[in-house]
Design a protein around this ligand. Structure first.
Ligand code: TYC
Length: 101
């Protein structure tokens, strides 16, 4: 956990901490079409075609790939939205989130 910082403004002391960041991880499966994975990465994570294809390919080969790092709420929302997109199209694609060390 990062050290808290104290900010002093006149009579007021504020203790601020950087929020802990969380990784969104894309998991491989044997069924979701590659081009659909790329489409989800573009739609939900704002990736360009080339980057999305790279991330998809890494997950395909290694079993998983970090998609991005966000505050906890943003990471969870993005993972949930991406899973929902896949379910709507009948694909088992999965994303997980975990705190960064
Ligand atoms: N392995 C899938 C296939 O061969 C493609 C795929 C890649 C699925 C990455 C999920 O995270 C994934 N159709």
């Amino acid at each position: 956990m990062p050290d808290p910082t104290t900010i002093v403004r006149g009579q007021t002391e504020l203790r601020v901490e950087r929020p802990k960041l969380h990784k969104v991880i894309l998991l491989n499966d044997d069924f979701t079409p590659r081009n659909f994975v790329v489409r989800v990465l573009r739609a939900e994570f704002g990736m360009r075609e080339e980057k999305a294809a790279q991330v998809m390919s890494t997950a395909h080969k290694r079993g998983a790939c970090v998609v991005g790092v966000f505050t906890r709420e943003v990471a969870e929302t993005k993972a949930t939205n991406a899973i929902d997109l896949a379910r709507k199209e009948g694909h088992p694609l999965m994303f997980t989130t975990e705190p960064e060390e």
